[in-house]
Design a protein around this ligand. Structure first.
Ligand code: SAM
Ligand code: SF4
Length: 337
C-alpha cells in the first residue's frame, strides 16, 4: 500500500515530496470592489457558462478531502457575492471534524453582516477579512468605491457570531505604511490577528506595482520599534511566517513572497471557479478538473489531480521590477487569493 515513506495510498504528494493538505477554492472571479493592486477598473469576468456549478466545486473539493486535504479556504473574487455560496459552505461544513480540520474563507467583509451567522452555523470558526486601511477616504480610494463602515460592521457581526477574525492588509508604500502600527494596535484591542502581505505581480492593473511595493523586512523593523514580537513557530505550511505580539492574544503574520521565499514547505493548491487546478500561484500550469470529472467521473478526476501535482513547481519566480510584465497574467481574483 505504501509506495514511499511519506506517501500512503490516498495522500497527495507532489514531485518534490510535499504532501498537499490545503485547498483554496475561488468560488467566483467577480467582486463588488476593485482594489487597485488586485483588479483593473474595467475587468472582464468569466462568462457564466464557463463557471463550474457549486455541485461540481463541492464534488472536486470533497475528493481532495478524501485524499488527505484537511484545510479548505473559500476565496475569490469575493466569495460572498456568489448567490448560492452558502449552500457550498453548508455542504463542506459537514466535513469539519470528519476529515476536514478547518473550513474558512477570505472575504472583503462587505456582506458579512448578512452572512456571519450562517458561516458560523455551517462550521466555520475563523475568517480572514481584507482591510488595507480603516480611514474611510483612503478605503474608498484603494477599493475604488468601497465603504469601510460596511466592512467594520461586518467584522463586528463576525465576532458576534463567534468567528475569530484575521485582518489581511496589503502593505502599500505611500498609502498605508504609516497606519500599520495603528492597525496592529487596533487588532490587539479588538482581539483580531493581523497578516501583512507584500503586493504580488499578478495580472495587469492600471498601476505599476513597483511604485507601491513595501518590503515587509522594513515593515517588521518599524513594528518592532513599537511592539515586542516573539517568533511563533506554529506554521500552517503556508506562506505566512508568524509572530506573537508579546502580552496579547494577537498573532502577526507576514506574507513576503518577494523578500522571503516560502515555497519549500508549500502544502497548497488552488481550484478556480472554472474547476481548473493551479498548483502554484506564480505559474501557469493547470489541469481542468471539471472536464476530467465530466468525462470520466472520480477515477478520471483522481488521475487529473495526481498528474497536476507532478507539475507543481519547486518555487515561484516573483519579481517586482519597474515596467516588467506581471509574473502571470491571471489576477489573484481568478486563482483565489
Ligand atoms: N475578495 C476577498 C478579499 O479581498 O479578501 C478574497 C479574494 S482577495 C484576491 C484575497 C487577498 O488577496 C486579499 O487579502 C487581497 O488583499 C489580496 N490580494 C489581491 N491582489 C493581490 C496582489 N496583487 N498582491 C498581494 N495581495 C493581493
Ligand atoms: Fe475584490 Fe478582494 Fe480583489 Fe479587492 S482584493 S478587488 S475585494 S477580490
Amino acid at each position: 500500500m505504501t509506495t514511499t515513506s511519506n506517501r500512503t495510498e490516498s495522500s497527495l504528494v507532489d514531485g518534490f515530496g510535499r504532501t498537499i493538505r490545503y485547498l483554496r477554492v475561488s468560488v467566483t472571479d467577480r467582486c463588488d470592489l476593485r482594489c487597485r493592486y488586485c483588479m483593473a477598473e474595467h475587468m472582464t469576468f468569466l462568462p457564466r457558462a464557463q463557471i463550474a456549478t457549486l455541485d461540481e466545486l463541492a464534488i472536486i473539493t470533497e475528493r481532495f478531502i478524501a485524499r488527505g486535504v484537511n484545510k479548505v479556504r473559500l476565496s475569490g473574487g469575493e466569495p460572498l457575492v456568489r448567490r448560492d455560496v452558502i449552500d457550498l459552505v453548508q455542504r463542506l461544513g459537514r466535513h469539519v471534524g470528519n476529515g476536514l480540520d478547518e473550513l474558512t474563507m477570505t472575504t472583503n467583509g462587505t456582506r458579512l453582516t448578512e452572512y456571519a451567522d450562517l458561516l458560523a452555523g455551517a462550521g466555520m470558526r475563523r475568517i480572514n477579512v481584507s482591510m488595507d486601511t480603516r480611514d474611510a477616504d483612503k478605503f474608498r480610494f484603494i477599493t475604488r468605491h468601497g465603504d469601510v463602515a460596511q466592512v467594520l460592521d461586518g467584522i463586528a457581526a463576525a465576532r458576534a457570531a463567534g468567528l475569530r477574525v484575521k485582518i489581511n492588509m496589503v502593505a502599500l508604500k505611500d498609502f498605508n505604511e504609516g497606519e500599520i502600527g495603528d492597525m496592529l494596535a487596533w487588532c490587539i484591542d479588538e482581539g483580531h490577528d493581523l497578516t501583512l502581505i507584500e503586493t504580488m505581480p499578478l495580472g495587469e492593473v492600471e498601476e505599476d506595482r513597483t511604485d507601491r511595493f513595501m518590503p515587509l523586512t522594513a515593515v517588521k523593523e518599524m513594528i518592532e520599534a513599537r511592539f515586542t514580537l516573539e517568533r511563533d513557530m506554529k506554521g500552517t505550511g503556508g506562506p505566512a511566517r508568524y509572530w506573537r505580539v508579546n502580552g496579547t492574544s494577537t498573532r502577526l503574520g507576514l506574507i513576503s513572497p518577494l523578500t522571503a521565499n516560502f515555497c519549500d514547505g508549500c502544502n497548497r493548491v488552488r481550484l478556480t471557479t472554472e474547476g481548473k487546478l493551479y498548483t502554484c500561484l506564480g505559474h501557469d500550469d493547470q489541469r481542468d478538473l471539471r472536464h476530467a470529472l465530466r468525462e470520466g467521473g472520480t477515477a478520471a478526476l483522481d488521475a487529473a489531480i495526481e498528474s497536476a501535482l507532478m507539475t507543481k513547481p519547486r518555487r515561484h519566480d516573483f519579481r517586482i521590477e519597474r515596467d516588467s510584465a506581471p509574473a502571470v497574467a491571471r489576477h489573484m481574483s481568478v486563482t483565489g487569493g
